[in-house]
Design a protein around this ligand. Structure first.
Ligand code: GLU
Length: 356
């Protein structure tokens, strides 16, 4: 599976990139040489890199912390060019050009912009350029923020149809509990079922000092895995880690791909923000859950929030249980007059399939 990868996404976090006096040049050089090497073998690579805010703090020699959101946005504006300059310098040693792609959640939510971004990546690959992606922190207001680059890297993997996502971090992989606190913590080599792993293990306290710690890495891995993309969470400081993973060496934690969501399902589930809630009766629930049918308006008993045609909503049973998420074919006002509320093609079932 891993040895056959033709297109991969590599994500590196701020902690790996932090040096004593700014960005860690040695790490960046090693990372770029590995990526250049991998590329020589005909594998296309996208690099998702954090470190803009960090580079901004270092460039301005700021000590004070924490920073407000507006300050962080300003700091990323200062730091992003520093970050790119470092990558450019390091990649140029191998004759590789880089391209900067800054994304917001908005770019991924809308179908048109998603395709537009996809085309841009396609063109960058054709030109032999390594795309270096970060969230457009400077312009991302709370509303349109993805918030962490782990989740961003999952979305980018889906966007470019990657065969593998490698999330590099300061920890050698995912442990069943916090290894700093518990000496008997074990590294989990393979996660087959994220849901089960989440029940058995405690990821929340496994900090990697980055924005989201281990929790957002698991969250991101779960998303990519649902789209059929395997994910490896591994130690970024391990010698030639990327090449070794691609050679099939067991490093870090492999999160196995699970169900294969279609691109539309992924967008509905993970990219579109639900703006309303629909509460449906038993008949409608049965049609959705057991019979794989669409949701008709007459089955909707109550709504919350304002929605218009094309918006994403959450669908609940009358007992308040979340059934799924979908895109409505009519606005709240039109609901009574229109027959179809959510077409099956625009619906993702979240409730476990019940036994018939
Ligand atoms: N986009 C942020 C930065 O470049 C990092 C977000 C994260 O660490 O996940 O500083």
């Amino acid at each position: 599976m891993l040895r056959k990868a033709k297109r991969i996404v590599v994500k590196v976090g701020s902690q790996l990139l932090a040096g004593r006096e700014g960005l860690n040049r040695e790490f960046i050089e090693s990372l770029c040489s590995q990526i250049a090497e991998v590329r020589e073998k005909g594998i296309e690579v996208v690099l998702v890199s954090s470190g803009a805010v960090l580079a901004g703090i270092k460039a301005l020699k700021l000590k004070r912390k924490p920073f407000s959101l507006a300050e962080k946005q300003a700091l990323s504006a200062v730091g992003q060019p520093y970050l790119m300059a470092e990558y450019r310098k390091a990649f140029q040693k191998f004759g590789v050009e880089t391209g900067q792609v800054l994304l917001t959640a908005e770019d991924l939510r809308s179908k048109e912009r998603f395709h537009n971004a996809k085309n841009t990546f396609g063109a960058l690959f054709k030109l032999g350029v390594i795309p270096i992606v970060n969230e457009n922190d400077t312009l991302s207001t709370e509303e349109i923020r993805i918030g962490d680059n782990d989740n961003l890297s999952a979305h980018v993997s889906v966007l470019v149809d990657a065969d593998l996502l490698i999330i590099l971090t300061t920890s050698p992989g995912v442990f069943d509990k916090n290894p700093e606190r518990y000496p008997d913590a074990r590294l989990i080599p393979v996660i087959e079922d994220i849901k089960e792993a989440l029940e058995k293990c405690d990821f929340s306290t496994q900090s990697t000092y980055g924005t989201g710690g281990m929790a957002t890495k698991i969250e991101a891995a779960a998303k990519a895995a649902k789209k059929g993309i395997p994910v490896i969470i591994a130690g970024g400081r391990e010698e030639r880690v990327i090449e070794r993973i691609l050679k099939g060496e067991r490093l870090g934690t492999l999160v196995m791909p699970s169900k294969k969501l279609k691109a539309k399902g992924y967008r509905i589930l993970y990219l579109m923000k639900p703006v309303g809630k629909l509460f449906i009766d038993e008949g409608a629930e049965e049609a959705l859950v057991k019979n794989g049918k669409s949701l008709l308006s007459k089955g909707v008993k109550r709504t919350e929030g304002e929605f218009k045609k094309g918006d994403a909503v959450e669908v609940y049973g009358l007992n308040g249980e979340l059934i799924g998420k979908g895109i409505v074919r009519c606005s709240k006002e039109e609901l009574e007059r229109s027959k179809l509320c959510i077409h099956r093609d625009d619906f993702v079932l979240l409730k476990e399939m019940e036994q018939k």
